[in-house]
Design a protein around this ligand. Structure first.
Ligand SMILES: [Zn+2]
Length: 340
């Protein structure tokens, strides 16, 4: 029976909105996503395992302590300042070119601080955001525990997602990079190389950058071409590929055939690994409102089968997937393929 790790605290993050091109639009990364996945897993007979608390050590191997410190207190400080916005949102960004590469000053104004750590305006922080993001790290690390204790496959129902977070910057509706933390912890416990295969519809830019230039963590991402106008826009191109990083950008409208071919390439790339993290976004599905890829449920099952054929100890970490009617069934399809 497939174990899946769950924490009620992952429901505490209520972004309410995203600020996109200056407009406040309703959030799509909502708690109902996780509840829909949990329900589908229980119906499918998966075994719920409660997340256990883990020390910050693995988290701090992956993230700058300054980012973690900011996120931990961001809401508390913002709400104490009695600002007109009910969510933490940046308005000015500390780009390194602004200070000719020198470290920027720590700003005195609470409303300027998010600009040290955020790279977009879409990723709002409210009451419960830190608790949910930190719980998602515990969910991922509990799944690592299961796998290093002998399970071949464990699923981490992480929310909010994490793959867009770099070592010191948050964005893309993500706050802490759960897949990167899981990979780092697996590396510590089973030795390298370990692999992260990201099949979310969007490039796993945070994970790529956290491990960029390292040979002990192989990163592969299959995603809609940022050159066609999709987030994260500035990276995720094939030319960033090297011996330890593979990007397979796909044209909008790509369906099962092209997507699965890219998943096969990612699996081949990851074959030397001793353990695998799958950053599972199901937003490449045809029904999903957040991407133009057209993958079917059968495609997700086949992707799971391809990745399962690697025969590696595998932790699956939840990333995107925003269609509430299909997000749960698509996760079940993928895990069913992986478990065969
Ligand atoms: Zn995505």
């Amino acid at each position: 029976m497939l174990p899946f790790v769950w924490s009620d605290d992952c429901l505490r993050h209520e972004p309410e909105a995203e600020v996109w091109i200056g407009v406040r639009t309703p959030a799509t990364e909502v708690p109902a996503r996780a509840l829909a996945i949990r329900e589908a897993l229980l119906v499918a007979g998966a075994q719920e395992v409660a997340a256990t608390k883990h020390h910050d050590a693995a988290l701090l191997r992956v993230h700058d302590p300054a980012l973690v410190g900011f996120l931990r207190t961001a809401w508390e400080n913002w709400s104490a300042a009695k600002l007109p916005s009910d969510r933490v949102v940046p308005y000015v960004f500390a780009r390194s070119e602004l200070t000719s590469g020198r470290a920027p000053a720590a700003p005195a104004a609470v409303w300027a601080r998010p600009g040290l750590f955020a790279y977009d305006t879409m990723t709002l922080i409210g009451p419960g955001t830190w608790e949910a993001a930190r719980a998602a790290v515990d969910v991922a690390l509990t799944a690592v525990d299961l796998v290093t204790d002998g399970e071949r496959l464990a699923y981490a129902c992480c929310r909010p997602p994490g793959h867009h977070v770099t070592r010191s910057l948050y964005g893309g509706s993500c706050y802490l990079n759960d897949a990167a933390v899981a990979a780092s912890e697996l590396l510590n416990r089973v030795g390298g190389p370990v692999a992260v295969i990201d099949i979310d519809a969007h490039h796993g830019n945070g994970t790529q950058e956290i491990f960029f230039g390292r040979s002990d963590v192989l990163t592969a991402s299959v995603h809609v071409d940022p050159g066609a106008g999709w987030f994260p826009h500035f990276l995720g191109f094939a030319a960033e590929s090297d011996a330890a990083n593979l990007n397979v950008p796909l044209a909008p409208g790509t369906g099962d055939e092209g997507w699965l071919s890219a998943v096969r390439d990612a699996a081949t790339f990851a074959a030397p690994a001793r353990a695998l993290v799958v950053a599972l976004g199901v937003d490449a599905a045809a029904e999903d409102p957040e991407s133009p890829l057209e993958v079917s449920a059968a495609g997700y099952r086949e992707a799971g089968r391809i990745l399962g054929e690697l025969g590696l100890p595998t932790v699956v970490v939840q990333e995107g997937g925003y269609d509430l009617a299909t997000v749960g069934p698509l996760v079940v399809e993928t895990l069913t393929g992986l478990a065969r």
